[in-house]
Design a protein around this ligand. Structure first.
Ligand code: ATP
Length: 365
C-alpha cells in the first residue's frame, strides 16, 4: 500500500492545451479518493499521469515519498482498471487474472500464481467462471475479472477510470457495493474517476472536485454537500442540483422571489444593505406545509406556490415551482449563468417532498 502525493502537477498536451493546471493533492495510505467533475475537466489525464501513461509536464508526483515522475508504469507498482475492461478475449478468466503475474517472468511459481488467482476469484465470486472466455460473461462479470487482474498483483494502489460506465443502472448499483466492500477488505489506496454523482458521494473517503483542470475542493462527501466552497461545487454536487435564487438585503430581511428571510447576525454581517446575492437552497430543504404540525410550521418559513410539474419517483416527489425575478436582480442570475457555463440560470425551484398533499386547482405547496 502507498500514499500518493501530487505537488503542483501540470499537464500540457503537445498541441499546447493545458488540461491540468497545477494540482496539489495528498492521498493517504489506504484512502479511497474520488476524482469527479464535468466532461473534459482533466480527471482521466490526472489518473493517467499517476499511473504513468501520460508524462507530467511540471510539478512532482510522489508515491510513498519517492518522486516517480520519470518512472515507467511497470515500476510504479500501481494497478489500473479501465472502463472497457481491457481483457484478452482468447484467454480464460483464470488466465486473464493470472496474466499480470506471468508477465513478471519467473517471479511467481505456478503454485503461487494459482493461490493468488483463486484468492482473487473467491473474493470476486468468480470461482464458477474460471474456465470461461470473456465473450461468455456478463458485463458485471467482465468488470470483476478486470478487478481480479488488479487484485492479484497486490499492487500499491488501485486506479479506476470510470469502471462502471458500461453497465446498466442495476448492475452499476451492485458493482458499486462490491467495489466499496473490496476496498474495505483489502484497504488498498484507491483513486477512482467518475462523473456519476452517486458513485462520487457513496464510495470515497474524500472527493476531489475538478473544473477546467483546477481543483475546486477536496472534502468528505458530507463536507462537499454541506459546505461547498464555491457556486460551482454547490451546483455540481447534489441531484437534483441546488436551487440558485437571487436575493436582495434590505434592513433585517433578505428578499427572495417567493419569500422574505429574516437575517440573523451572521447573515447580516455577510450581506451588505441592498446588495444582490445568490442564495443556494437544496431541494430537500423544503417540505409540504400541509403535512407538518403547527409547531413544525412555526419553525420554518411559509410560502404559497404554484406547482408547475410534479415527478413522482416512489420515495420522493419533485415539484417544480416557477418564480418571477425582479429586473434589478436578473443581471445577477445571468452573470452566474455565464460563470457556470449555462448551469446557473434557473427560473424555477425544484423541491423534493415526501408527498404533495394538496394538488388542486391553483396548486399550492
Ligand atoms: P471525460 O469525463 O469526458 O472523460 P475528463 O475529465 O476525463 O473527461 P480528460 O480526458 O482528462 O477529461 O481531458 C481533459 C482535457 O484535455 C479535455 O479538454 C481534452 O479534450 C484534452 N485532451 C485529452 N487528451 C488530449 C491530447 N492527447 N491532446 C490534446 N488535448 C487532450
Amino acid at each position: 500500500m502507498a500514499s500518493i502525493t501530487l505537488d503542483n502537477v501540470v499537464k500540457t498536451y503537445p498541441d499546447g492545451f493545458t488540461a491540468v493546471k497545477g494540482i496539489d493533492l495528498d492521498i493517504a495510505d489506504g484512502e479511497f479518493v474520488i476524482l469527479v467533475g464535468p466532461s473534459g475537466c482533466g480527471k482521466s489525464t490526472l489518473l493517467r499521469m499517476i499511473v504513468g501513461l501520460e508524462d507530467i509536464t511540471d510539478g512532482e508526483l510522489r508515491i510513498d515519498d519517492v518522486v516517480v515522475n520519470d518512472k515507467a508504469p511497470r515500476d510504479r507498482d500501481l494497478a489500473m482498471v479501465f472502463q472497457n475492461y481491457a481483457l484478452y478475449p482468447h484467454l480464460t478468466v483464470y488466465e486473464n487474472i493470472a496474466f499480470p503475474l506471468r508477465l513478471t517472468k519467473g517471479k511467481f511459481t505456478e503454485d503461487e500464481i494459482d493461490q493468488r488467482v483463486r484468492r482473487a476469484s473467491t473474493l470476486l465470486e468468480l470461482d464458477e467462471h474460471l474456465e470461461r472466455k470473456p465473450a461468455n460473461l456478463s458485463g458485471g462479470q467482465r468488470q470483476r475479472v478486470a478487478m481480479g487482474r488488479a487484485i492479484v498483483r497486490e499492487a500499491k494502489a488501485f486506479l479506476f477510470d470510470e469502471p462502471l460506465s458500461n453497465l446498466d443502472a442495476k448492475l452499476r448499483g451492485q458493482m458499486r457495493t462490491e467495489i466499496a466492500r473490496l476496498q474495505r477488505t483489502l484497504a488498498t489506496t484507491t483513486v477512482y474517476v467518475t462523473h456519476d454523482q452517486t458513485e462520487a458521494m457513496t464510495l470515497g473517503d474524500r472527493v476531489a472536485v475538478l473544473r477546467r483542470g483546477e481543483l475546486q475542493q477536496v472534502a468528505s462527501p458530507r463536507g462537499l454537500y454541506d459546505q461547498p466552497v464555491n457556486l460551482f461545487v454547490a451546483g455540481f454536487i447534489g441531484s437534483p442540483p441546488m436551487n440558485f435564487v437571487p436575493g436582495m438585503a434590505r434592513g433585517d430581511v433578505l428578499h427572495l422571489p417567493f419569500v422574505d428571510v429574516p437575517m440573523d447576525d451572521r447573515l447580516r454581517s455577510a450581506v451588505g444593505e441592498r446588495e444582490i446575492v445568490i442564495v443556494g437552497i437544496r431541494p430537500d430543504s423544503f417540505e409540504d406545509a400541509e403535512t407538518m404540525t403547527g409547531d413544525q410550521r412555526s419553525k420554518g418559513l411559509l410560502f404559497e406556490a404554484d406547482v408547475d410539474v410534479t415527478e413522482w419517483l416512489g420515495e420522493v416527489l419533485y415539484a417544480y415551482i416557477p418564480f418571477e425575478t425582479h429586473e434589478a436582480v436578473r443581471g445577477k442570475l445571468e452573470e452566474l449563468d455565464r460563470d457556470l457555463d449555462g448551469e446557473g440560470m434557473r427560473t424555477q425551484l425544484v423541491v423534493a417532498l415526501e408527498s404533495l398533499s394538496t394538488v388542486r386547482d391553483g396548486d399550492t405547496a
